[in-house]
Design a protein around this ligand. Structure first.
Ligand SMILES: [Zn+2]
Length: 352
C-alpha cells in the first residue's frame, strides 16, 4: 500500500519536474495542493525522496517574463530527427590511453667475464678400440695361428705395430704378457689413438702346448726365416729346419707381415733381460722402451742369430726389438713393461 502511494507520487511528479525549467506554471494556478494526495491511510509524515519530491506548489517560482521565453520558443526550428538516432548503440570506447613517461630503472647486473660465460659443450670424439681376430694360418699340428688386429681411431700407413709372444714355447710368460697387453689396449683406446696393433700371443702354439722351444716338428721358428738361414744351417747348435721358411708357422708369419705391413715389430722372449734391436728404427724403439722399463739396450744378444725374425726384419727395413724379459711372472713382466709398450706403439716411424 505504501509502495503504491510512492509510485503514484512519482508518476505525477515526473511530468511536472520535466516541464519546470521551460514552462513554469502560469500565475493563475491556484496554490491549492493538487487533487492527488496521499491516501488517508498513509502517514502524513511520509516525505518522498528529494529526487521524486513534487515541486513546492505552495511557493511557486516567479514566472519568467513571457517576452523572454516565448519568442525564443517560437523561433526554434522544428525538431529535426538526428541521423545519429538511427545508429545502433555502440559500446563505449575505452578512454584514450594517457601516455606514460618512461621510467628509467637502474638495475645492477653482474656480467660474468667472457671466460666464465657458459661454454658450449665440447664434443669429445672418444676413440673406440676395435678388435678383430684373424686366423692367419695353421700350426704343424693344426692349431689356429691367431692374430688380434686392434685399431684405435684411424690408423694411417706406418702406424702399425706387430707384437709377438710365444715364439719359444718354453718361455712361459710371453703369451700371458701379450694377452695382458691386449686387454689393456681395449680398455684404454686413448693411450694409443690412431694406431693399429696386431697382437700374436702364440707364434708357436704347438711349442706352447708342448712346453718346448721348437715347434712340433723340432724346428726353431726363430731360425727358420729366409735371412741368413744358410749360416744357421751350418751351425750344429741351431734347429733351422730343412730349408728356409720350411715351417707352416714361419710361412704364416711372413704372410702376416706382408698383409699388415708393420713399421715396428716387438717380439717377446726370455730370460735374457735386454732390449735387442735391429735397424735404426729398431734402435729408436729400444730407446723409447728403455725410458720406461730400464732394460739394457743392445744391438746383439752376444751371439749370431741367423734365420731369426730380427734378421728378417733387418733385411726388409722393419724396425724390430726383441724384448728379452727377465725370469718373472706374467703380472710382474706386464707391470714392468706396460708403459714401454705404449711408448713403442705410439712411436712415430721416421719420415712420418
Ligand atoms: Zn726365445
Amino acid at each position: 500500500m505504501r509502495a503504491a502511494a510512492l509510485l503514484g507520487l512519482a508518476v505525477v511528479a515526473c511530468p511536472a519536474r520535466a516541464q519546470a525549467p521551460l514552462l513554469p506554471p502560469p500565475p493563475s494556478v491556484s496554490p491549492v495542493p493538487r487533487a492527488v494526495s496521499p491516501s488517508p491511510a498513509a502517514p502524513l509524515a511520509l516525505v518522498p525522496p528529494a529526487s521524486t519530491a513534487p515541486p513546492d506548489l505552495t511557493t511557486p517560482t516567479p514566472p519568467a517574463p513571457l517576452g523572454s521565453v516565448l519568442p525564443a520558443l517560437a523561433e526554434l526550428p522544428p525538431p529535426v530527427p538526428s541521423p545519429l538516432a538511427a545508429l545502433p548503440d555502440l559500446p563505449l570506447a575505452a578512454p584514450p590511453a594517457v601516455p606514460i613517461a618512461p621510467r628509467v630503472v637502474r638495475v645492477r647486473v653482474r656480467v660474468p667475464a667472457p671466460e666464465r660465460l657458459p661454454q658450449p659443450p665440447v664434443v669429445a670424439v672418444v676413440p673406440q678400440a676395435r678388435a678383430r681376430l684373424v686366423v692367419y694360418g695353421r700350426s704343424a699340428q693344426g692349431r689356429a695361428l691367431r692374430a688380434f688386429v686392434l685399431d684405435s681411431g684411424l690408423p694411417s700407413v706406418g702406424r702399425v705395430t706387430l707384437i709377438f709372444g710365444g715364439f719359444h714355447g718354453n718361455e712361459r710368460s710371453t703369451p700371458g704378457v701379450v694377452e695382458r697387453l691386449h686387454r689393456f689396449l681395449l680398455q684404454t683406446p686413448t693411450a694409443w689413438i690412431n694406431q693399429r696393433v696386431v697382437l700374436v700371443p702364440e707364434a708357436n702354439p704347438d711349442g706352447v702346448a708342448l712346453g718346448t722351444r721348437d715347434n712340433a716338428r723340432g724346428v726353431d721358428i726363430n731360425r727358420n726365416f729366409p735371412a741368413g738361414w744358410e749360416a744357421a744351417a751350418r751351425a750344429a747348435r741351431y734347429a733351422p729346419g730343412p730349408r728356409a721358411a720350411s715351417e707352416p708357422e714361419t710361412q704364416a708369419i711372413i704372410a702376416l707381415i706382408a698383409r699388415f705391413r708393420p713399421a715396428k715389430i716387438v717380439s717377446l722372449h726370455s730370460p735374457l733381460r735386454c732390449l735387442n734391436w735391429t735397424g735404426d728404427l729398431g734402435r729408436a724403439m729400444a730407446l723409447a722402451m728403455h725410458a720406461s722399463d730400464h732394460l739394457p739396450v743392445t744391438a746383439t744378444v752376444g751371439y749370431p742369430t741367423p734365420g731369426s725374425l730380427g734378421d728378417y726384419c733387418g733385411v726388409h727395413g722393419i724396425g724390430i726389438v726383441t724384448l728379452e724379459l727377465p725370469d718373472q711372472s706374467v703380472e710382474a713382466a706386464w707391470e714392468a713393461n706396460r708403459d714401454a709398450f705404449v711408448r713403442v706403439i705410439t712411436l712415430r716411424p721416421f719420415g712420418e
